[in-house]
Design a protein around this ligand. Structure first.
Ligand code: ADE
Length: 224
């Protein structure tokens, strides 16, 4: 899978993809993540990518032309499954979206900045819009890192069997049960007896009970 991220602050995305699992996914050739500076497609000598809004007091708005030029150039090189825009005024990104998007070949992710983006970009160039939650970030870059992480970790070969995405929270509509490691007793804080019993069937039943109890307590909306 190839992901092209368009941003006016590429520096914000230098670190998230260069460590740990996402780094290894790229080294193994499973994912290719490219971060582009939208300024590279600006047409004037000051490399402007934003301008004053037509409506008074609305602040600076990202211009349509550099973004159109960037997306057109990428699309002339390969076919993209989706051109995604990240913005707080969109539907919330879920595990189901990550599952579906992980089956794509190529994706473009556009990060918003300033007060907004010229609506004509959204109307004519974008195929999907997502918010990562009901709060406002300074820009879409951190949201792009989150989307990319959630998608790439699902690609075959990225996670080992032990860390398999199939047992994640949300994959079966439930939160995951608690996990423990050695020592079995730390300062009198004890690991639940059943996990030391060696009875796999009882342990599986316990895990399901725990998952249900946690979901009911913390995220009852998932059960509704
Ligand atoms: N850009 C700013 N806030 C955002 C959010 N909550 N989700 C996605 N992109 C954003």
């Amino acid at each position: 899978m190839r992901i092209d991220i368009l941003t006016v602050v590429p520096e914000l995305l230098e670190s998230p993809f260069n460590h740990s699992i996402l780094k290894r996914a790229q080294e193994k050739g499973i994912a290719e993540i490219n971060v582009h500076n939208i300024r590279d497609w600006a047409t004037d000598k000051h490399k402007r990518v934003d301008d004053y809004a037509f409506s008074k007091g609305a602040g600076m708005v990202m211009m349509v032309e550099p973004i159109d030029r960037a997306i057109s150039e990428l699309r002339s090189q390969r076919v993209y499954d989706e051109v995604i825009f990240l913005t707080p005024d969109a539907v919330k990104f879920t595990q189901q979206d990550a599952n579906k998007l992980s089956m794509s070949g190529n994706l473009i992710i556009l990060c918003g900045h300033y007060k907004g983006i010229d609506q004509r970009v959204r109307d004519n160039l974008i195929t999907r819009e997502f918010s990562i939650g009901d709060y406002v970030l300074t820009g879409g870059e951190l949201a792009a890192a989150i989307l990319t992480d959630a998608i790439v970790r699902l690609l075959p070969g990225v996670l080992s069997d032990e860390t398999s995405a199939l047992t994640d929270s949300f994959q079966d509509g439930l939160l995951t049960p608690p996990v423990y490691t050695r020592p079995a007793d730390y300062k009198g804080w004890k690991v639940p007896e059943i996990l030391l019993s060696g009875n796999d069937q009882l342990i599986d039943e316990w895990k399901m009970d725990q998952a249900l109890e946690r979901t009911r307590r913390i995220r009852p909306d998932l059960l509704a």
